[in-house]
Design a protein around this ligand. Structure first.
Ligand code: PTJ
Length: 259
């Protein structure tokens, strides 16, 4: 019996998961999603979404492939150049990367906005509290006084001075309908999704096929490095990024296991 066999299935605090466990990142992710459900942050459907993401990540080699790193750098350049960048947060994002989203918002001057597929006042409050506990000062999405056109139901609700007004939006782990509707509003859309065939990355200006746990800190790192660059340098990073190639390389990696 190895030490790995002693990892309890009922971990209370994430520090109990040994960092040298070969499946450390996956165990950490599952733990955070479970805690998110317990805290009323993550919807039960978020567990299904995580399971699907985890299967794609396994096939990707649980690593940020070079084309994803290019996408994360281009995304950082877009956020830095934006007039009004907004980072959208759902129940999975809040559970998985709360402090990392706060750090990305600080590095790029972006707003944080809660935008839920399964919207209830209780979940909105729980997520806002959770983000504040992780350092967020201003959280949007509570007012929800505007609507994304051509989208029915609760999932269309956004803040007028948030996502509705944004020129660049980061929408991680997004439902395909909403990604399409946001895209039709002529916003620059950055999507993080481990499934390159999903509609959300397919319609995104910058599709990032990577686990959000790796993608967000890497985007922040790129944003810090690029923060003092001229507009021309940022524009050339954006122009050099090839979205079709990024999607193709991710799919090839998943299908063949080779880069
Ligand atoms: O909190 P809510 O109410 O807004 O609901 C959020 C979920 C995620 C439940 C909702 O948006 C949903 O049902 O999403 P989908 O349609 O299941 O899409 C989620 C996508 O995210 C899938 O393509 C997954 O492969 C992908 N995904 C899951 N976990 C990760 C991921 N991508 C990157 N990193 C992950 N950790």
């Amino acid at each position: 019996m190895t030490d790995y066999d002693t990892v309890s299935a009922d971990v209370e605090h994430e520090e109990e998961i040994p960092e040298d466990h070969p499946r450390y990142q996956d165990l950490l992710t599952r733990h955070r999603i479970e805690k998110g459900v317990e805290k009323g942050i993550t919807h039960l459907q978020g567990m299904h979404a995580e399971g699907r993401g985890s299967a794609f990540d396994y096939l990707l080699g649980e690593a940020t492939i070079p084309s994803a790193d290019d996408a994360e750098r281009a995304a950082a350049a877009h956020l830095l150049l934006a007039d009004h960048p907004v980072l959208s947060i759902n129940g999975n994002v809040a559970a998985l990367v709360p402090s990392e989203m706060v750090a990305l918002a600080e590095a790029t001057g972006a707003d944080l906005e809660i935008n839920l597929f399964n919207r209830t006042p209780e979940r909105i409050e729980a997520i806002a509290d959770h983000l504040r506990e992780h350092g967020a000062e201003d959280v949007k999405g509570l007012e929800a006084n505007a609507r994304i056109p051509n989208l029915d139901h609760q999932r269309a609700k956004v803040d007028e001075d948030g996502i509705y007004d944004a020129d660049v939006v980061l929408v991680p782990l997004e439902d395909g309908d909403r990604a399409e509707a946001l895209n039709e509003m002529d916003k620059t859309e950055i999507v993080i999704d481990l499934n390159p065939l999903s509609r959300s990355p397919q319609v995104a200006d910058v599709p990032i096929v990577d686990n959000i746990i790796r993608a967000v800190p890497n985007m922040t790192e790129h944003a810090r490095v690029l923060a003092d660059e001229d507009e021309a340098v940022l524009r050339s990073i954006i122009n050099e990024f090839d979205r079709e190639a990024a999607l193709e390389q991710a799919e090839d990696r998943i299908r063949s296991g080779e880069l």
